[in-house]
Design a protein. Structure first.
Length: 382
């Protein structure tokens, strides 16, 4: 059945079929993006289920976050019958998404060569921790290893702290979007040429690419980036965290015109000509004094009022919110980003963008492992 967006229009991938052989986040997340764009997604799980189902509350949250709206069937791919059924499903799919150690699916007869020989129009999307060839490829990989080995942890934290991971599985989440992007590009080519192909990436490559601006700074200066806590090391005030009467805000006004505008708004025009703050280089050099000068101007005002005043003046600022506060704002500001189940009140996240002003805004159920038996609906006529 063609899935409709909240406004009733047909979604971009309506009519496409996706097979998800993934576990945890990266591959299931890529398949989830395609599903949110209208594709029919069949998740093939082993008899024990996606491994994320087995690792407690965090794993259960992964399953809910990246598998809503999918069908789930259970097949033992190590058996001849399970492999045969999987190949039948892949034969009429548009996309196959996998995350597995290099060689593991090839040993089962489900690698790219076998699947593309069966279905030449297939887009075979795959992701691993460290790639599919080369000296690192055989290593197991998770988000944390990619954060460590990409340099990401070396720049996260305060100058005197130990290296610190980002506070969520940022690489996994970004890798899902990157793989989906590559698959969409390959589907465009398939539409032009009738030819499928292989789209592949790794967590480490994604983690490195996420830091493109810092890499360019490193290429230009030869100086290895270091941990600097809040604030941008080469700009000020930039990404500053400032205490307010009821919490914290962030503030960036490093362009000279924005700095002047900020000083005028605060009634501190004396800071504009202060030699310590006269240009960006001076402000970076005297960041501690800059922060001290700004702190007193914000400490007695509420966060929301400050951000409103700063925004009206064209200065980038934001309230530091917790999840409950984010939900209270975003559920109404961005319809469809959070979806609510009417009878239970349960919530789930949708896509972070709309197409023609639309996205799926109905709550999508999360399947139990094997909820659809051993065959997808389109093969059973259900």
């Amino acid at each position: 059945m063609t899935e409709q967006a909240g406004g009733g229009g047909e979604l971009p991938l309506s009519g496409y079929r996706v097979v998800d052989l993934g576990q945890y986040i990266a591959a299931p997340g890529a398949a989830a993006v395609l599903g949110e764009l209208g594709a029919e997604v069949v998740k093939i799980e082993p008899p024990s289920g996606d491994q994320a189902r087995l690792v407690g509350p965090t794993g259960e949250a992964m399953v809910r976050a990246y598998n809503a709206g999918k069908e789930s069937i259970v097949l033992d791919l190590r058996s001849e019958e399970g492999k045969r059924r999987a190949l039948e499903i892949i034969a009429d799919a548009d996309v196959l998404v996998v995350n597995a150690r290099p060689g593991s699916l090839e040993r089962l007869g489900l690698g790219p060569d076998e699947c593309l020989a069966l279905n030449p129009r297939l887009v075979y999307g795959r992701i691993s921790g460290f790639g599919f060839d080369g000296p690192l490829s055989k290593r197991p990989g998770l988000d944390i290893a990619a954060q460590a080995e990409s340099g990401m942890m070396s720049i996260n934290g305060s100058r005197d702290s130990e290296p610190m991971r980002v506070g969520f599985t940022a690489v996994d989440a970004c890798a899902a979007e990157v793989l989906a992007q590559g698959i969409l590009a390959a589907l465009l080519r398939t539409g032009r040429t009738g030819r499928g192909g292989v789209v592949e990436t790794s967590l480490l490559e994604v983690a490195i690419r996420m830091q493109a601006t810092l890499w360019e700074e490193y290429f230009a200066s030869g100086e290895v980036p270091i941990r600097a806590g809040n604030g941008q090391p080469s700009m000020a005030p930039a990404a500053e965290v400032i205490a307010t009467r009821d919490g914290h805000i962030v503030l960036s006004a490093y362009a000279d015109s924005h700095w002047r505008r900020l000083c005028e708004l605060l009634g501190r025009t004396d800071l504009i000509e202060d030699p310590r703050f006269v240009d960006n280089a001076a402000r970076v050099q005297n960041r501690a004094a800059l922060r001290e000068s700004l702190a007193g101007e914000f400490a007695e005002e509420p966060s929301e009022l400050l951000v409103s005043r700063l925004s009206e003046a064209g200065i980038v600022a934001g309230v530091v919110r917790d999840y409950a506060q984010v939900l209270a704002v975003a559920e109404h500001a961005y319809p469809g980003l959070f979806r609510r189940q009417p009878s239970t009140g349960d919530l789930q996240l949708g896509l972070a963008y709309r197409v023609d002003g639309q996205r799926i805004d109905q709550f999508r159920p999360v399947p139990d492992a094997g909820a659809n038996g051993t065959q997808p609906k389109h093969q059973t006529g259900a």
